[in-house]
Design a binder for this molecule. Structure first.
Ligand SMILES: Cc1cc2nc3c(=O)[nH]c(=O)nc-3n(C[C@H](O)[C@H](O)[C@H](O)COP(=O)(O)OP(=O)(O)OC[C@H]3O[C@@H](n4cnc5c(N)ncnc54)[C@H](O)[C@@H]3O)c2cc1C
Length: 459
């Protein structure tokens, strides 16, 4: 059978079985539906299914499997690194329902809901989810790779607080997945990524956080070239109520960038203090001496406004990254990293550090597949640009090599771009990777599901 006949056949099957839109490349709306926030290497499927419920997801997976095609899933498309070429793309944007149960302090979150919706729904009851720096990111995809949030050091990974999921496996069946039902899948999908089926929704715990002290201090790196080390030193004795990250970049001198930061080499220390808000300023005080402060957004804020802590841009662009989970930050390495990623590069380069430890280091009540809990910091070097040329790749590799001797592994969530099997393996303890591969073999031996971070089935 030719590819065209196969594509026509699967389109016919999808149109009869799915109630949401089914779009071929010739149809209006195809490009809008397949394109996410990441513009490098987008999906080019034979068909896009705009799923409207779990039945649509099941039908799309079954139709693809019946025709020997692969399936990929996309929520907001920040994370796509492995594009689907042919096959069926399931767009989950219409699955955006969020239901909060204030008595049980839980939320049911459908596959395509961005964190912003969960945050807003939970805030009505003075509750908060374990969301991350960007509220536009999909809550489900974020959680599948662990999820290091604003309150991470206080409460742990987002994946640690998932109570139950609904997952459509490669056979098209919808399964209830919890500690009691399908315990292997429950362990694997919480941290192991999207290789095990299509999650149509998840129940997560919420936390009684109505307001908190947080925001960002923006330092001038030219006046404080050792700012990365000053932040490391400050975090070394930080209590678990404090979760922070440092983002360093050279900002363009353009309208849209806050005036004090335009054209400057900036280190943004973003933080959330989960203790009593009035104690927050004293905790931050020692850091203020680290260098000249260009802008200060710290203050007591409602969790509903937590997207302002990192205030990350959320427009479509192309980016690639290299991530490392390390046992410590050597001052010589951070000094060299600051030089290497400073002004004069032909592309924007963003260094993203996250302080780990605290509750992130403790195993959850129900073990999950999140790897390297002993990591002290996450280091991401991200380059922005249309074609991801050799110079950008060499810079990321050169930056990563500065941490030789301290690397425990990598975080999949902060890895943007395709990874080799060996690189995906580095996200997990060897025995956990082996277990993930066995679970993949049990549920998807023919690899119907094309995940962003492939867990190969054990052969
Ligand atoms: C600006 C920005 C800020 C970020 N901040 C944080 C942060 O603070 N903490 C953190 O931990 N991470 C963070 N991340 C990483 C982010 O959580 C992941 O990139 C996440 O996958 C992006 O969500 P998305 O909705 O864009 O996913 P998509 O790009 O839509 O999906 C990514 C992949 O997830 C899988 N997937 C998606 N939906 C499903 C589903 N329903 N079932 C099964 N598999 C599925 C697929 O393999 C898919 O290719 C950030 C990313 C960006 C771009």
């Amino acid at each position: 059978m030719t590819q065209t006949t196969q594509d026509t056949n699967v389109m016919r099957a999808l149109v009869t079985r799915v109630s949401g839109p089914v779009l071929s490349p010739a149809r209006d709306g195809y490009d809008a539906e397949r394109t996410g926030l990441q513009l490098l290497g987008g999906h080019r499927p034979a068909a896009v299914v705009g799923a409207t419920d779990a039945k649509d997801v099941g039908a799309a997976v079954a139709a693809a499997a019946d025709h020997g095609l692969r399936v990929a899933v996309q929520a907001s498309g920040h994370g796509v690194g492995v594009p689907l070429d042919g096959g069926v793309l399931i767009s989950t944007r219409r699955l955006a329902e969020v239901r909060v149960d204030p008595d049980r302090r839980t939320a049911w979150v459908a596959a395509g809901a961005p964190w912003a919706r969960v945050i807003a729904a939970a805030a009505e009851y003075g509750l908060a989810p374990l969301s991350g720096s960007a509220p536009g990111v999909g809550a489900v995809p974020y959680t599948l790779t662990g999820g290091v949030g604003l309150l991470g050091r206080t409460h742990g990974y987002a994946a640690d607080h998932v109570r139950r999921l609904d997952v459509v496996t490669a056979d098209g069946r919808s399964r209830r997945v919890s500690a009691e039902e399908e315990p292997d899948l429950f362990w694997a999908v919480r941290g192991g990524g999207g290789s095990f089926g299509v999650v149509t929704g998840m129940e997560i715990a919420l936390f009684p956080v109505d307001r908190f002290y947080g925001g960002s201090l923006y330092f001038d790196v030219d006046g404080a070239p050792e700012i990365l080390d000053a932040w490391r030193e400050w975090t070394a004795t930080a209590p678990e109520e404090l979760t922070s990250g440092l983002t360093k970049l050279v900002l363009p001198d353009v309208p849209g960038v806050p005036e004090p930061l335009r054209g400057r080499h900036v280190a943004q220390v973003a933080l959330a203090w989960a203790g009593r808000p009035e104690r927050g300023p004293a905790v931050v005080e020692p850091l203020r001496a680290a260098g000249p402060i260009l802008m200060d957004t710290l203050g007591e804020i409602p969790y509903a406004e937590s997207g302002g802590v990192y205030a990350e841009p959320d427009h479509p662009h192309g980016y690639r990254s290299r991530n490392l989970l390390v046992d410590g930050l050597d001052p010589a390495a951070t000094a060299r990293l600051t030089e290497l990623t400073g002004p004069g590069l032909p592309f924007t380069t963003v260094v993203g550090l996250r302080h780990l430890g605290g509750a992130l280091a403790r195993p959850p009540e129900h073990p999950d597949a999140v790897g390297h809990r002993d990591a002290a910091y996450s280091v991401t070097v991200l380059t922005v640009g249309g074609d991801d040329g050799a110079e950008a790749r060499a810079l990321r590799d050169g930056a990563a090599s500065l941490f030789d001797g301290h690397v425990l592994g990598r975080s999949l969530g902060f890895s943007f771009g395709p990874l080799t099997d060996a690189e995906v393996r580095e996200a997990f303890a060897p025995e956990d990777f082996h277990r993930l591969s066995r679970i993949r073999a049990a549920h998807d031996p023919h690899e119907v599901v094309l995940a962003n971070h492939r867990i190969p089935p054990l052969v």
